[in-house]
Design a protein around this ligand. Structure first.
Ligand code: C2E
Ligand code: MG
Ligand code: MG
Length: 597
C-alpha cells in the first residue's frame, strides 16, 4: 500500500500539532467511524477493531467495536509502533515481539495475541493514529488484507479531513475556527464537567491596525501575516492550548492545562515572545496583540457563553489599550447594558419612551425667563429612568443618533409651535451631536420642521459641543446654513475640552455656554473665578452671547452677573421641567425671577 505522501517521522511536536489542528481529539464518535470499525471487525474476523488517535502523551479511542484497549498513556499503546512506520504493521504473535510481549494487555488477563494497524496519515504526511485490529489468538494477515486495512484507514482519514474542512476550518489559515471552538468546549464540558479551562480571545493585531495593513500592503500580505500569527501562536502554545482562528485577526486559545493560574501566568509572561517581529515579509513587523481572558468552569452553560465573555474581555483590553484583560462580571454587565440600550433605541422611539424636559434660561442682569434648553429623558420600560449622560455618549457614536435626534428636533419644534400658537414667544435650544452635522439633509429637516409647526427659526438654537470635528469644510458649510436659516448656534460645554480660540473665528457660533464644571464652584474657587471671568470677557469681546450653565447658588449668580454674563441656567433657578410645568414657570418668571438676586 502506497501512502499519499512520505511519512514524516522526525518531528513529533509537528505531528501532534497536525493532529490537534484536525480537531478530532475529544470529540464524540460518529456513525461513520463506527461503521468502519464494525466493517473491519467483520471483514477480518477479529475480536476487536478500533480507531486510535495518538496525542503527545495518550491514546484517544475515536471509535471501537468488540474488544478494545482503554484510553491509555501513549507509551503503553500498540499503535505508537504503527505510526512510527510508513506501512501497515502486523504482529502475528505479540508474545514473540519484544515490543509487545511486555505490554499489560498482552501479558495480562486480556491476553492480546494479535495486532495489526494501518496508520492514519494526513495530507501533509503526519501519522496521527491508526485503524487497528486485535485478536486473542495468533494469526497472519495476508498481503491483500493488509491492503484492505490500509484502504479503510484511508477512508477514515479522508472523512476526518472532510469533516474538518466543512465549516470547521478557517479558509485563510487552515486552523480550526469558532465553530470548532464551540464544538470543543461543548465536548470538553461533556467529558470533564467541572474542569477548569482558560479561554483567551486574542486580537493580533487589532482591527484598526489590520485595516491599515490591508490598505497599505494589500489583502494577500494581510492573509500571510494572519497565517504567521497563527503559526506563532501554535508554536507558543503547542502543549498548553488548542489555537483557533476566529476570523480576520482574531484568534482563540483554549487551555489544556487544568491549572488555570499557571496558564494565565504563562500568558502574562509572553510579552517578549509576542513582540518578536514577524519575518515573513521583507520588513520585520511588530504587531500589537490584545487578549481577553476568561476562566471557564466547564458545564454546558459556561461552554456556550465563554466565547462571548472572552470577546467582551478583549474589547475591554482594546479600549484600555492593555495587553491582557481578565473577564469581569461587572464589566460584562456594563457592556451588556450598553448593548441593550443601543438595541432598544428604535423601539423606544416608537413606543414613546423618550421625553423632552425644559430647563429655564434667565436673561441677566434682569432675570426674566424667555427660553429653555430641551433635554432628553428616557423612561425605559424595564430599566427605568436612564440619564442622557449614560445613553447619549453610547448612541452618538452610532448612526442611531440620526433617528433619535430627528425625534428631538420634531418634538421640540412641535412643542415650540404649540407654545407660540398659545401666545408664549419662548426660545428653545436643542442639543445635537457631532454625527448629526454630517447628515446631508439636517438643515432641510430643521427648516421643514419649522415650516410644519409654524415656528420662526430665530426662536430655535442648536447646541453642540465644540471639537476638532467642526473644522471640516462640509461641517462648517452646514453650520453656516443653520445660521442662514436664522437659528442660533451655541458652543456647549465651553472651556473644558478643545477650547481653541483660533477656530472660533471660523465657526459661525452665536452663543458660548461656559461649562457647568467651571461654574458650579465659582463662588468658592479663586482659580475658577479667574478662568470664568476671562472666558466671559473674551467671548463678549468676540461678540458672543455668553450663557453660564450649572448655576447652583446665589453667590455664583452674583459673580457671573457682575462679569457681564448674558444668560444663566441651573438648579439655582430650576431643574429641567416637563412641558406643562415649564410654561407655568415661564408665565411666573417672564418679567424677572424672584431668585435672580
Ligand atoms: P448639556 O447639554 O451640557 O446639558 C446640561 C446638563 O446639565 C443637563 O444634564 C442638565 O440637567 C444639567 N444641569 C443643568 N443645570 C445644572 C446644575 O445647576 N447643576 C448640575 N449639577 N447639573 C445641571 P442632562 O439632562 O443629564 O444632560 C446631559 C447631557 O446629555 C447634556 O449636557 C447633553 O450633552 C446631552 N443631551 C441631553 N439631551 C440631549 C439631546 O436631546 N440630544 C443630544 N445629542 N444630547 C443631549
Ligand atoms: Mg446643552
Ligand atoms: Mg453643557
Amino acid at each position: 500500500m502506497t501512502l499519499p505522501v512520505l511519512l514524516r517521522q522526525n518531528s513529533e511536536p509537528e505531528r501532534v500539532r497536525a493532529l490537534q489542528q484536525l480537531g478530532v481529539l475529544n470529540t464524540n464518535t460518529s456513525d461513520y467511524f463506527d461503521r468502519v470499525t464494525t466493517l473491519a471487525k467483520t471483514l477480518f474476523d477479529v475480536s476487536g477493531a478500533y480507531i486510535s488517535l495518538l496525542d503527545s502523551d495518550r491514546q484517544w479511542i475515536k471509535s471501537a467495536v468488540g474488544y478494545c484497549p482503554p484510553n491509555t498513556d501513549r507509551d503503553k499503546t500498540f499503535c505508537q509502533y504503527t505510526i512510527a512506520q510508513a506501512s501497515v504493521l502486523v504482529i502475528e504473535d505479540t508474545l514473540r515481539d519484544p515490543r509487545f510481549a511486555g505490554n499489560p494487555l498482552v501479558a495480562g488477563p486480556q491476553g492480546v495475541r494479535f495486532y495489526a494497524g494501518a496508520p492514519l496519515v494526513t495530507q501533509d504526511g503526519y501519522a496521527i493514529g491508526a485503524l487497528c485490529l486485535i485478536d486473542q489468538r495468533t494469526r497472519p494477515l495476508a498481503a491483500s488484507d493488509q491492503e484492505r486495512l490500509a484502504t479503510l484507514a484511508g477512508l477514515v482519514m479522508a472523512h476526518i479531513t472532510l469533516g474538518r474542512a466543512v465549516g470547521h476550518v478557517d479558509a485563510v489559515s487552515g486552523m480550526p475556527n469558532k465553530y470548532q471552538l464551540a464544538d470543543d468546549l461543548g465536548a470538553a464540558a461533556a467529558l470533564a464537567p467541572g474542569a477548569q479551562r482558560v479561554l483567551v480571545d486574542l486580537a493580533m493585531p487589532d482591527a484598526a491596525r489590520a485595516f491599515e495593513i490591508i490598505r497599505v500592503m494589500g489583502a494577500a500580505v494581510h492573509d500571510q501575516l494572519v497565517r504567521e500569527v497563527g503559526a506563532r501562536l501554535q508554536q507558543l502554545f503547542a502543549d498548553r492550548a488548542q489555537v483557533y482562528h476566529l476570523g480576520d485577526t482574531r484568534f482563540a486559545l483554549l487551555s489544556r492545562d487544568a491549572d488555570s493560574d499557571a496558564f494565565i501566568d504563562y500568558l502574562y509572561g509572553l510579552d517578549a515572545a509576542l513582540q518578536t517581529p514577524l519575518t515573513s515579509l521583507n520588513i520585520p513587523l511588530v504587531l500589537p496583540g490584545f487578549g481577553g481572558i476568561v476562566r471557564v468552569a466547564l458545564d454546558a452553560d459556561s461552554a456556550a457563553d465563554a466565547p462571548r465573555q472572552a470577546a467582551a474581555a478583549v474589547n475591554q483590553a482594546l479600549s484600555a489599550q492593555q495587553r491582557w484583560s481578565l473577564y469581569s462580571d461587572s464589566e460584562d454587565a456594563h457592556q451588556q447594558r450598553a448593548f441593550r440600550l443601543l438595541h432598544d433605541v428604535r423601539r423606544a422611539i416608537a413606543d414613546g419612551e423618550f421625553e423632552l424636559v425644559y430647563q429655564p434660561k434667565h436673561d441677566l442682569p434682569g432675570g426674566a425667563c424667555h427660553g429653555a434648553e430641551a433635554l432628553l429623558r428616557w423612561h425605559h420600560r424595564e430599566l427605568g429612568a436612564i440619564s442622557p449622560a449614560e445613553f447619549i455618549p453610547l448612541i452618538e457614536t452610532t448612526a442611531l443618533i440620526g433617528p433619535l435626534s430627528d425625534w428631538v428636533i420634531n418634538t421640540a419644534i412641535a412643542q415650540l409651535g404649540a407654545w407660540h400658537a398659545a401666545g408664549h414667544l419662548v426660545k428653545v435650544a436643542l442639543n445635537l451631536s457631532a454625527w448629526n452635522f454630517e447628515e446631508p439633509d439636517l438643515v432641510d429637516r430643521l427648516a421643514a420642521a419649522c415650516r410644519q409647526h409654524r415656528v420662526d427659526p430665530r426662536y430655535v438654537e442648536i447646541e453642540c459641543t465644540e471639537g476638532v470635528w467642526m473644522e471640516s469644510a462640509d461641517i462648517l458649510a452646514t453650520l453656516h446654513r443653520i445660521r442662514a436659516l436664522g437659528m442660533g448656534l451655541a458652543l456647549d460645554d465651553f472651556g473644558t475640552g478643545y477650547s481653541n480660540f483660533a477656530y472660533l473665528q471660523k465657526v459661525p457660533a452665536t452663543v458660548v455656554k461656559v461649562d457647568q464644571s467651571l461654574i458650579r464652584h465659582v463662588h468658592t474657587s479663586p482659580r475658577d473665578q479667574r478662568i470664568v471671568r476671562s472666558l466671559i470677557a473674551l467671548a463678549r469681546e468676540l461678540d458672543y452671547q455668553v450663557v453660564a450653565e450649572g448655576v447652583e447658588t446665589a453667590q455664583s449668580l452674583a459673580l457671573i452677573r457682575e462679569w457681564g454674563c448674558d444668560v444663566a441656567q441651573g438648579f439655582h433657578f430650576s431643574k429641567p421641567l416637563g412641558a406643562g410645568a415649564f410654561i407655568d414657570y415661564l408665565v411666573r418668571h417672564q418679567h424677572g425671577a424672584d431668585n435672580t438676586s
